[in-house]
Design a protein around this ligand. Structure first.
Ligand code: SF4
Length: 270
């Protein structure tokens, strides 16, 4: 776990709480419009020590309510012992995630270590690979017949036996179980699914597809959905987004109306 950023006070990262934010390095996705490209691509950034952060949090526990873990993708490297130490100081814990590490998420849930999860939903299933710049496959587990100890996977008739497939270490290439994360998160008392809106990608049809997918996967209406405006700070992973405009409030409000057909609590963050 490499801590590459520490914000001592944030009024916006943890809804309703005064919090600190801890930024962890590394991400398995490479979204072209990533808001924190240095945390995805630049391991040479200065590191913060766990001890210094724990000392700070110990001193400020009377004044701060929560701690957010963000990144990058925090669940890729998050040290659960570190979270336990922060939780033991009495802090609420929020995790930002892209949803591709459901096992780690489940471990944190089972240990009662998290109070709020915000999962980024990049797009509808069809556009995930295009947006994240990695080969994201969605496996229809109903069609998986058997996984053998020799790390081969057998599919039902409708699956292509070559893609996705197991690597030598037993991982399925390109398979990120985002839907397992959606199910876990939608059963938590407090959470949000959020989409960063790029006008070129996220139109009314796309928002309908996203919310239909979320509700279908979670088996109910999701509790909270956030439409987050894209802000072009000029430092982006993929230069094709360099000219992308900031999302207009008008576009966000138009999408909000549609999203409210599927979710009772839709929030716009400009
Ligand atoms: S925006 Fe994409 S690349 Fe950037 S941290 Fe989030 S998931 Fe990773």
């Amino acid at each position: 776990m490499k801590i590459k950023g520490f914000q001592k006070l944030t009024l916006i990262d943890y809804p309703g709480k005064l919090a600190s934010s801890i930024f962890l390095f590394g991400c398995n996705f490479k979204c072209g419009f990533c808001h924190n490209p240095e945390l995805v691509l630049k391991p040479s950034l200065e590191s913060y020590s766990e001890e210094d952060i724990l000392n700070f949090l110990e001193k400020r526990k009377k004044y701060l309510d929560g701690v957010c873990f963000t990144g990058g993708e925090p669940l890729m490297t998050l040290d659960i012992n570190f979270v336990e130490k922060i939780k033991a100081l009495g802090y609420f814990i929020k995790i930002d995630t892209n949803g591709s590490f459901p096992e780690k998420l489940l471990e944190l849930i089972n240990e009662n270590l998290i109070d709020y999860v915000a999962m980024d939903i990049k797009s509808s299933k069809e556009k995930y690979s295009e947006i994240t710049n990695v080969d994201v496959n969605f496996l229809d587990v109903q069609n998986v017949v058997q996984v053998t100890p020799s790390n081969t996977i057998h599919f039902g008739a409708s699956q292509n036996p070559n893609k996705p497939h197991f690597s030598e270490c037993g991982k399925i290439h390109g398979f990120y179980d985002l839907e397992e994360s959606i199910k876990l998160i939608s059963n938590l008392p407090d959470y949000e699914f959020r989409t960063t809106i790029l006008e070129e990608y996220h139109d009314i049809a796309e928002i309908r597809k996203i919310l239909e997918w979320l509700n279908k996967t979670s088996g109910k209406k999701i509790k909270r959905f956030v439409l987050q405006g894209f802000k072009n700070h000029g430092k982006l992973i993929d230069s094709k987004f360099n000219e992308e405009k900031n999302t207009s409030e008008e576009h966000l409000l138009k999408l909000k109306k549609i999203a409210e057909e599927y979710c009772d609590n839709v929030i716009v963050r400009v």
